[in-house]
Design a protein around this ligand. Structure first.
Ligand code: AMP
Ligand code: ZN
Length: 431
């Protein structure tokens, strides 16, 4: 059940001591980077004088902006010769950011991913198919190394080519898959086209879903359609990639690996710490990284801490599933909402498929919200559509207080992209 029992179930006080010890090393390393050495000097911060974990509160947050401004080597803590790997965020806006790793960093990352998958129940007897992108994106190589470490047979299928994905699953008896939640749902259509039953015609028993926000309802849909367990996997390139926080078999929040990451939850407006149980932005400090240490890195991802201990016995604290990024928040007619709220409502309607899009336009100077959803089967009677449209609109209005226009489209109409799903199209006048 445990990959590293001593660390995973460490007494809280010992865990905090380990964190403090690693934080001291990290700060001294950070002082070797062009960026932090200047910053520490500016704020008169002496990294050798750190006494408690709270001492980092004196250090200003690091954000994507600083990473961009000091691109590419401003955060490097070792000579470039010691770097063995570079990765990059999938960033949709602006210059992507790059992260560099030493051999030690790659080793620790693989270990964290192995620990995560093992926690969920993956074993060396599993055949693991990795449908995430290999390359600059961290989802491919990150999981690959972790799975090999456990000793699983890895099929590095990469994304796309759905028929081949299914053929591989069938020919090699794949039992575990790493997949985007939106792609897991899309594959169901391909099973159908091939007249195959995902519950019977493949030997899948578990999937790791992550890299994009998804609702509990979407997880259930995946689990029920394939008859498998789906585990939520969270990470970001700046903190290696996958293997930052992961669900255990209790699926009641994601354990953050606190031996490698010190985390805070802050109010993104006031920057003050949020109490346990209250939602805020996750901020990470790396605790076991040589190449590129980050201190108080603002993720923009929103979650809250589950204060109660987990029945699995692990002491590393859990966070809720990620609701989205604070920059995903939509302000429509002055009302704040997250795409996830709309998804949660949509997934409750059995008549509609799993692909959807939120379209925002300006009509007569007003915001207009349209939700486009695919219907699973066609009906002859137009009244059925009319009724469905009304029911969906009412359910969304109850959730977000705005009545959307509902656009029902044929199954397969909404364009799919190979990477993370595009859920929002904002065509509003920006002037
Ligand atoms: P990247 O660095 O390109 O891999 O993107 C990382 C971002 O993807 C995170 O900051 C989150 O916004 C998002 N993300 C990753 N995993 C999850 C997850 N399990 N649930 C929700 N969002 C996720
Ligand atoms: Zn647990």
């Amino acid at each position: 059940m445990f990959w590293e029992k001593d660390i995973e179930t460490m007494e809280i006080s010992e865990l905090r001591e380990l964190q403090l010890d690693r934080l001291r090393t990290t700060l001294i390393r950070a002082n070797a980077t062009p960026y932090y050495s200047q910053l520490f000097k500016k704020i008169s911060f002496d990294p050798t004088e750190v006494r408690t974990l709270d001492d980092i509160q004196e250090i200003p947050f690091t954000s994507k902006n600083e990473l961009r401004e000091h691109y590419p080597y401003g955060f490097l803590a070792v000579p470039r010769d010691e770097i063995v790997r570079m990765h990059s965020s999938s960033g949709t806006t602006g210059r992507p950011i790059v992260v560099f790793h030493t051999i030690h960093d790659i080793e620790n990352w693989a270990n964290l991913v192995a620990r995560s998958m093992y926690m969920a129940g993956a074993r060396r007897s599993d055949v693991f198919q990795n449908t995430m992108g290999y390359g600059l994106f961290t989802g491919g190589l990150g999981f690959h190394y972790g799975a090999e470490k456990i000793g699983m047979m890895v099929i590095p299928s990469g994304p796309g080519n759905s028929q081949r994905q299914i053929a591989l699953m069938r020919e090699f008896d794949t039992t575990a898959v790493h997949i985007l939640p939106s792609y897991a749902l899309h594959l169901l259509d391909v099973f159908k086209e091939l007249s195959l039953d995902p519950k019977k015609d493949v030997k899948l028993r578990m999937v790791f879903i992550g890299a994009e926000p998804h609702s509990e309802e979407m997880r259930k849909k995946i689990e029920n359609s394939y008859d498998i367990d789906a585990f939520n996997s969270y990470g970001l390139s700046e903190m290696n990639g996958p293997g930052v926080a992961f669900e255990c078999p209790f699926k009641n929040g994601l354990h953050v690996w606190e031996d490698s990451f010190l985390f805070e939850i802050i109010d993104p407006q006031t920057m003050k710490p949020m109490p346990d149980g209250e939602e805020g932005e996750i901020v990470f400090t790396t605790l076991n990284r040589e190449g590129m240490p980050f201190i108080r890195y603002r993720t923009r991802d929103l979650a809250y801490i589950y204060p109660d201990p987990c029945p699995c016995g692990r002491t590393h604290r859990r966070i809720s599933r990620i609701k989205g990024r604070d920059d995903d928040m939509l302000i429509i007619k002055g009302v704040n909402m997250f795409p996830m709220q709309i998804e949660t409502v949509l997934m409750k309607f059995p008549e509609i498929g799993t692909n959807y899009q939120i379209i925002l336009e300006t009509k007569e100077h007003m915001d207009e919200l349209t939700v486009e959803v695919e219907i699973l089967s066609s009906a002859d009677d137009m009244r059925i559509y009319e009724q469905l449209r009304r029911h969906i609109a009412e359910a969304i209005r109850d959730e977000v207080l705005i009545t959307p226009r509902i656009n029902l489209v044929q199954h397969g109409t909404i364009k799919r992209v190979e990477g993370k799903a595009v859920r929002v199209i904002d065509n509003r006048d920006k002037s």
